[in-house]
Design a protein around this ligand. Structure first.
Ligand code: IPE
Ligand code: IPE
Ligand code: MG
Length: 241
């Protein structure tokens, strides 16, 4: 029984027996969702935040322990200034309310990515949300200014500055943003593209993938449970038999 089950009346019968412990989501398709409705791309991002909140809740309700979402990549700075500003403003607004929500629901927040580029007040809110929820059991990682290549370079540089001159897989795995929560069991990408777009490349070595054409703002319980069902039927061999 999940922590939100009373509130949401989830139909648990649709859930498979095996639920991934760590689900990562590439929340793609906001812009196209808006365009199809004759709306500005930004309207898709606003709707996307609502979907994010609902889907995170559904995941924890279903028994998932860790959710990692891709909110803004190191490459997304290439977008028009107005769109970047809009997305970062949504992030800022979310940071204002997330501590209270996370405390209520038992969720430990982590922001993953290079936060050094953000204004001090945003960076402070990020730190605050992490510190104030650090005792809680469900993990929510929000990837902001995140890029897998940058993450791996940062890890290697940290190891070099510690004096290492030979680096092992375990060393790199120990210096990633996701080190405390481990690798994702299932990676979901909405929006129809079949690529990682610089998301969790190291961590995805043995993840299962679920790609759907559904655009992120339209992604709902049915889609999520479909992804879980496919995951439950997969035989994960990790190179063995
Ligand atoms: C994903 O939706 C959100 C971010 C990358 C911030 P997009 O904005 O990429 O939407 P599409 O892919 O252009 O439809
Ligand atoms: C990936 O989506 C990044 C996020 C969802 C935050 P993009 O829309 O940026 O990816 P590409 O450009 O299609 O590869
Ligand atoms: Mg996109």
């Amino acid at each position: 029984m999940g922590i939100f089950s009373q509130k949401n009346h989830l139909n648990e019968h649709m859930l498979p027996d095996v639920i991934p412990g760590h689900v990562a989501i590439i929340m793609d398709g906001n812009g196209r969702w808006a365009k199809r409705r004759g709306l500005p791309r930004t309207a898709g991002h606003s709707k996307g935040v609502k979907t994010f909140e609902d889907v995170v809740e559904m995941c924890f309700n279903a028994g998932v322990k860790t959710v990692t979402v891709y909110a803004f990549s190191t490459e997304n700075w290439k977008r028009p200034d107005s769109e970047v500003k809009y997305i970062l403003n949504l992030l800022n607004e979310y940071l204002d309310i997330c501590i209270e929500k996370c405390l209520k629901k038992g969720i430990r927040m982590r922001i993953i990515g290079d936060r050094s580029v953000f204004p001090p007040e945003i960076a402070e809110k990020m730190n605050d949300s992490e510190q104030k929820t650090a005792h809680l059991n469900y993990n929510l990682n929000v990837a902001v200014n995140y890029g897998s290549r940058a993450e791996i370079c940062t890890a290697v540089n940290a190891l070099i500055s510690e004096g290492k001159n030979e680096i092992s897989e375990t060393d790199i795995s120990s210096k990633l943003y996701t080190t405390p929560v481990g690798d994702p069991d299932l990676i979901i990408r909405t929006g129809g593209e079949l690529r990682l777009s610089n998301f969790l490349m190291w961590q995805a070595a043995y993840s299962e993938f679920y790609f759907t054409d559904t655009l992120w703002p339209d992604f709902g319980k049915k889609d999520l449970y479909k992804a879980f069902s496919k995951f439950a039927k997969t035989h994960r061999r990790f190179g063995g038999l």
